[in-house]
Design a protein around this ligand. Structure first.
Ligand code: AMP
Ligand code: MG
Length: 347
């Protein structure tokens, strides 16, 4: 009898062990996919039982977001239609434009979604890049901030074009996040961790690991090659976006560099003493819009904007100082990995 009981216990233990091993195998399942959308590389690195299904759905949603909603050049997108005279927009686009108008106001116009005509004029990143005349610049920025949205009705003055280039990648991260959250509520065995990279925006998630879960993320060396970083951030889940003068630019015959982030008050590439700004916020559309705005504003004028959106930033200055807004208690969040750079103080 005793022998039978022991055999029974041993069988139960063996079955439980196999179950734990199998469950752990599935929970640690990982998928890494990458594809091109929004004129950039999108990488999906997802760990957990439903990782492949989640990656498939995220891919199709991001492609759809680009082609059907935000693209300025695809004639099937809603932004294209708005730039061609359409005035009534979907609820989805109305929400995005309403949020962006608010960021325009809060950044005193440093972020300006109506900058499309100016982007077209400079053509940076295309084979038609040129330094325009002052008269052309003046005409392109004249009414850039005069577009408006009221409910689902959008008003675009003549000559103005909306450009989602500064926020599309962050919005894509938010869409990915929504899909992952759906999977969490649907599945019994679900996801563990995800890193969604859309160009310069990265959405980091850890599921069920508690508030201390953190990621190490490299910040690109603005003066180095694509895969070189100058600092590593140790941060909690959220979304980080980087705007830098190295992303898209052209040089004139004298070697002067013109990059793609414009100061809407001058119509020229922003010159605020920065090489790059990385913003860390809860939502991708916020981190992406604010990284562009902060690049234009420079360090000091960015601080109230960051505070309003409960965001932090890492500024890299033209004299190779790295300055963060993370508080004293969190100062271990950043470590310099290239000794040409030094940590500077926020004044
Ligand atoms: P990002 O790399 O996120 O800073 O976005 C840069 C892109 O946003 C540019 O290629 C333009 O399409 C657009 N852009 C440039 N300057 C601004 C600005 N001040 N406000 C909004 N969008 C901008
Ligand atoms: Mg941006």
């Amino acid at each position: 009898m005793k022998k039978k009981l022991l055999t029974c216990i041993a069988v139960i233990c063996a079955v439980a062990l196999v179950a734990v091993i199998v469950a752990d195998f599935f929970l640690n399942k990982n998928t890494a996919a990458s594809f091109i959308a929004m004129n950039t590389t999108v990488s999906l690195d997802i760990t957990g039982f439903s990782c492949e299904k989640a990656a498939g759905r995220i891919k199709s949603e991001i492609v759809k977001l680009d082609e059907k909603l935000l693209s300025r050049t695809n004639s099937e997108s809603e932004i294209y239609a708005v730039n061609s005279g359409k005035t009534e927009v979907s609820d989805e686009l109305a929400k995005i434009l309403t949020d962006l108008k608010q960021i325009e106001k809060d950044s005193n116009g440093a972020f300006c979604a109506g900058i499309g005509a100016l982007s077209d004029l400079w053509g940076i990143g295309t084979d038609k890049a040129k330094v325009p005349s002052q008269a052309e610049i003046d005409a392109a920025i004249k009414n850039a901030d005069k577009w408006s949205i009221d409910g689902n009705t959008v008003y675009i003055p003549d000559g103005v074009k909306l450009d989602m280039g500064a926020v599309g990648k962050g919005i894509a991260c938010d869409y990915a996040d929504e899909i992952l959250t759906d999977f969490l509520s649907d599945d019994i065995i679900d996801l563990r961790e995800s890193i969604i990279t859309v160009g310069g925006s990265v959405k980091l998630d850890k599921f069920g690991s508690g508030p201390n879960a953190a990621f190490n993320i490299g910040i690109r060396d603005p003066l180095g090659e694509v895969n070189e970083h100058c600092a590593v951030l140790n941060i909690a889940p959220g979304c980080i976006s980087t705007s830098g003068n190295y992303e898209r630019f052209f040089e004139d015959e004298n070697g002067k560099r013109y990059h793609h982030i414009f100061d809407p008050s001058t119509g020229c590439p922003a010159d605020s003493g920065l090489l790059s700004v990385t913003v860390d916020a809860q939502y991708g559309y916020v981190s992406d819009a604010l990284s562009t705005a902060c690049f234009v504003l420079g360090i000091e004028k960015s601080l109230p904007l960051l505070e309003k959106y409960n965001a932090d930033a890492v500024f890299i200055t033209t004299d190779k100082e790295i300055i963060t807004t993370y508080g004293d208690t969190e100062s271990n969040l950043i470590s310099i990995t290239n000794d040409e750079y030094r940590l500077g103080e926020l004044k």
